[in-house]
Design a protein around this ligand. Structure first.
Ligand SMILES: Cc1cc2nc3c(=O)[nH]c(=O)nc-3n(C[C@H](O)[C@H](O)[C@H](O)COP(=O)(O)O)c2cc1C
Length: 205
């Protein structure tokens, strides 16, 4: 039975473009994968601590020697990694914040990139055979090949870090230009509609 993990990160609830497109992806994916299992990981509802000293010490200590402090620090990581490993396809909905990703998503990444678990000490990724679709909502437009492309650090970073843990089959949907809706210069349904074909295509994979 195919499995989809949908990671949501925007704090904007129903106003969020990335959430609306990720929901559309889930519907399209379900239609294409009858009986498939969908898990939603909403980072806004996941109380993620930042990596701290017990987390780092625990990551470099065999599990059977973990102190109670290390166990507690690694609890989120120990929940999130099996969830990721169980998925065949991951759809990641995110906003662009300051040309990169929101801190909440970076906190998630810091929990799932873990030596001996998702990559080896010789830097081989251990999360293999998965597809990743990234849906990035941004106020501005960062079309590949245009002069603004280089400002989009979010996609280059996400491709690099997911590739590092072994996820290299990546599809990107750039949902740029959302500021026009906020400024009343464009209508939300039209903007969303612009990106729906790319979302549908990604969900078919
Ligand atoms: C704190 C913050 C930083 C932002 N930084 C950028 C940015 O660097 N570039 C950009 O194009 N849009 C930026 N935006 C606009 C968001 O990317 C845009 O509103 C997007 O639609 C948010 O995603 P969401 O609709 O899924 O919540 C920023 C918005 C916020 C709140």
């Amino acid at each position: 039975m195919p499995s989809l993990l949908a990671i949501e990160s925007s704090p904007r609830g129903d106003y969020s473009i990335s959430r609306q497109l990720t929901s559309k992806f889930i519907e399209d994916w379900k239609a294409q994968h009858a009986g498939g299992n969908v898990v939603v990981r909403d980072l806004q509802k996941t109380n993620l601590p930042f990596v701290d000293l017990p987390w780092i010490a625990g990551a470099y200590t065999p599990a059977e020697q973990h102190s109670p402090e290390m166990k507690q620090a690694l609890a989120a990581s120990n929940e999130l990694i099996p969830e990721l490993m169980a998925a065949d396809h991951i759809v990641l909905g995110t906003s662009m914040y300051n040309f990169s990703i929101p801190a909440i998503l970076k906190a998630y990444i810091d929990h799932i990139v873990r030596i001996g678990v998702t990559f080896t000490s010789s830097y081989e990724g251990l999360v293999k055979g998965k597809k990743l679709t990234i849906i990035l909502a941004s106020g501005g437009v960062y079309t590949p090949g245009s002069p603004t492309e280089g400002y989009n650090v979010a996609i280059s970073y996400l491709k690099q870090v997911f590739g590092f843990i072994g996820i290299t089959d990546v599809t990107v949907v750039l949902a740029g230009g959302t500021a026009a809706v906020d400024m009343g210069k464009a209508k939300l349904p039209e903007l969303i509609g612009q990106f729906e074909p790319a979302v549908a295509e990604a969900a078919r994979a």
